[in-house]
Design a protein around this ligand. Structure first.
Ligand code: THF
Length: 287
């Protein structure tokens, strides 16, 4: 996964175009990208920087298990990655730098990110439908999870970035195709890929399948200009030491119900065995 990841970063640096966007910090972007990972062969987690897997798993459980849009759920578990998008008591989403109101919502949305991610999963019972279909009809070809629902886009702080997944069963393996409409490659992508690998393993386990392949497609793959230095550091690390093995991922085999995986701060049912990595790289986060 480090090889695929670092090659994508290199392509963006080599071929990307610098553009403006809503955050005020320019990005270097390429129009699209695609890769495939085999979770049965290797657990995808970066070694060229430390990936904070506890946070990545909790964000995934917030969306798909708790089916919540309430940022306090994450904060209670010491995960602060959504703080910049939390609607305040007055229904305002505030620009951290200027203090200006970026968007106003109904105050009933206080402390949430509005109608995105977990809100959509819950609204349309997307996880229950997925699990039922996997248990009852292995050959179903209509297993599409879409977090992009037109009537809920205006009342979301951010419309979901990773917004679709399609699930198939081939020869006892559960495989997914995930699509991301907009991708912060340094910060978002490493979290997203690892958390979807964990989701794939969890859903496979509770439906009696093996975790297979992930296809990942991206529209607008970008690096913010203030992240370029950090990415160059990561590419140097990769060239100096490309072959650190990925760790094993342990998932508690006793759990047979998706809603029973531990969602406390500790994430007790998930463990990385012997995670070797080259240390943290600090990347700025554009609001
Ligand atoms: N906005 C932007 N600009 N980039 C994103 O990746 C992004 N997200 C979510 C919503 N809006 C976004 C937030 N996801 C981190 C990771 C994922 C995030 C936000 C922040 C982050 O800071 N990760 C650090 C570790 C955190 C720590 O130091 O404790 C890291 O080094 O990986 C797309 O999902």
């Amino acid at each position: 996964w480090d090889k695929i990841y670092c090659e994508l970063c290199q392509t963006i640096l080599d071929e990307g175009i610098e553009v403006k966007n809503r955050t005020g910090i320019n990005t270097v972007k390429i129009p699209s990208a695609h890769f495939q990972l085999d979770v049965d062969k290797e657990f995808p987690i970066l070694t060229t920087k430390q990936l904070f897997i506890r946070q990545a798993i909790l964000e995934m459980l917030w969306i798909y298990q708790a089916q919540s849009n309430d940022v306090r759920w994450l904060q209670e578990r010491n995960v602060f990655i959504w703080d910049k998008w939390e609607i305040d008591e007055n229904g305002d989403w505030i620009d951290e730098k200027t203090g200006k109101v970026l968007k106003h919502f109904d105050p009933s949305y206080a402390h949430t990110i509005g109608t995105a991610y977990g809100f959509i999963v819950k609204k349309y019972h997307l996880i229950d439908k997925l699990i039922d279909s996997l248990k009852n009809d292995r050959n179903d070809r209509r297993r599409v999870i879409s977090l992009w629902q037109d009537e809920y886009l205006d009342t979301a702080v951010l419309p979901s970035c990773v917004w679709s997944s399609e699930w198939d069963v081939t020869d006892g393996y559960l495989n997914i195709w995930v699509h991301q409409r907009s991708c912060d490659v340094p910060l978002g992508l490493p979290f997203n890929v690892t958390q979807y690998a964990v989701l794939l393993k969890m859903i496979a386990q509770v439906t009696g399948l093996k975790a297979g392949k992930i296809d990942w497609s991206i529209k607008d793959a970008h690096i913010y200009v203030n992240q370029i230095e950090g990415i160059k550091e990561q590419l140097n690390r990769y060239h100096n030491n490309p072959d650190i093995p990925a760790p094993e991922f342990w998932l508690n085999p006793e759990i047979k119900d998706f809603y029973e995986f531990d969602h406390s701060k500790e994430c007790k049912d998930c463990k990385l065995i012997d995670y070797k990595h080259m240390g943290k790289i600090k990347f700025p986060l554009a609001q």
